[in-house]
Design a protein around this ligand. Structure first.
Ligand code: IPM
Ligand code: MG
Length: 362
């Protein structure tokens, strides 16, 4: 297979972690005789510095020309002045929208070897395997009007949460399909006791649920879900929810797995690539971690696992994907850790060493 991939390394630790993930990808491609065609483009703060905007048109074109996109992270203190007109995060939101990536898959799977890395009790987190399916191109992130007006002491600001039934239905369908490939349980999360968008969400979710009688379905309010996620996370299989709730719940759920440094994600849309699979964007769920950028200590495993998701969802290469995932698991079972997940006495590796350790175990 010819795998045409655009890499958006971005800011902070983005370039360090994507480098290791690409090395892993190269090793897997070589072993399975796939041809890699890599293209690099700018996004985020580095794009602001070099091209004057967080998402240059060439970047969008390069991503549209690819079968899949690998992204590191965007943002950093250098570009975080709230008064500035351009922000790195606009690049990330812009590329999600430009590629129509409305479904964000965030699997939270707790590796046995990392049960002790969580702040929660081992019996609560052992065996957790949740898939959060977050709507990614609607809701408060994109609703209009949005903005601030007025002068002190009369400033005001507005954000708009908006959803169409089409946006809700297509997200729910993907979530139900995914549930069918898992434990057949789907939890739809909303705030229907307060928000109109949530009441529409729930109504449409029920209509779609009727098409999937083989999947056990439940509604949970977002505040209750936040509680249950740390009380009894094993009760969840697939969680489907809107953009902002998914953003918040996925960070919370990440802590079940011990560290944000462990969690990959896939953002998928309706568009198929030339291999007939969904064209997607793959990224670790952690941010650019400016405090440790350039030190060679960032954990590359989330990005490496994102590459595994890419092989699975954008290329249908299940065997290759599973090979990467089990190599990561074996590295962890051998006691290898990056600083973020290290327990006392563990062998602490840097970014490059962890990448190499995974390649050795492929
Ligand atoms: C995420 C991030 C982004 C989001 C930020 C960086 C804009 O938190 O991918 O979860 O809110 O979607
Ligand atoms: Mg987030």
């Amino acid at each position: 297979m010819n795998l045409k991939i655009t890499v958006l390394a971005g800011d902070g630790i983005g370039p360090e972690v994507t480098r290791e993930a690409i090395n892993v990808l190269k090793a897997v491609a070589k072993r399975h005789h796939h041809k890699l065609e890599l293209d690099y483009a700018l996004i985020g703060g580095i794009a602001i510095d070099r091209a004057g905007k967080p998402l240059p048109a060439e970047t969008v074109a390069a991503c549209k020309a690819a079968d899949a996109v690998l992204l590191g992270a965007v943002g950093g203190p250098k570009w975080s002045d709230p008064r500035s007109k351009v922000r790195p995060e606009q690049g990330l939101l812009g590329i999600r929208k430009a590629l129509g990536l409305f479904a964000n898959l965030r699997p939270v799977k707790v590796f046995d070897a990392l049960v002790d890395a969580s702040t929660l009790k081992p019996e609560v987190v052992r065996g957790v395997d949740v898939l959060i399916v977050r709507e990614l191109t609607g809701g408060a992130y994109f609703g209009k009007p949005q903005g601030q007006s007025g002068r002190p002491p009369a400033r005001e600001a507005v954000d708009t949460t908006q959803y169409t039934e089409k946006e809700i239905a297509r997200l729910m369908r993907i979530a139900f399909e995914l549930a069918r490939g898992r434990r057949r349980k789907l939890t739809s999360v909303d705030k229907a006791n307060v928000l109109a968008t949530s009441r529409l969400w729930r109504a449409v979710a029920h209509e779609v649920a009727a098409e999937y009688p083989d999947v056990q379905y439940e509604d949970v309010l977002v505040d209750a879900c936040a509680m249950h996620l740390i009380r009894a996370p094993k009760n969840y299989d697939v969680i489907a929810t809107e953009n902002l709730f998914g953003d918040i719940l996925s960070d919370e759920a990440a802590m079940l797995a011990g560290s944000m440094g462990m969690l990959p994600s896939a953002s998928l849309g309706e568009k198929l690539n030339r291999h007939g699979y969904r064209r997607g964007l793959y990224e670790p769920i952690h941010g650019s971690a400016p405090d440790i950028a350039g030190q060679g200590i960032a954990n590359p495993l989330a990005t490496i696992l994102s590459v595994a998701m890419m092989l699975r969802w954008s290329f249908g290469l299940e065997e290759e994907a599973a090979r990467i995932e089990s190599a990561v698991e074996r590295a962890l079972n051998d006691g290898l850790r990056c600083k973020d997940i290290a327990s006392p006495g563990a062998t602490v590796l840097g970014t490059k060493e962890m990448g190499a350790a995974v390649i050795e175990r492929l």
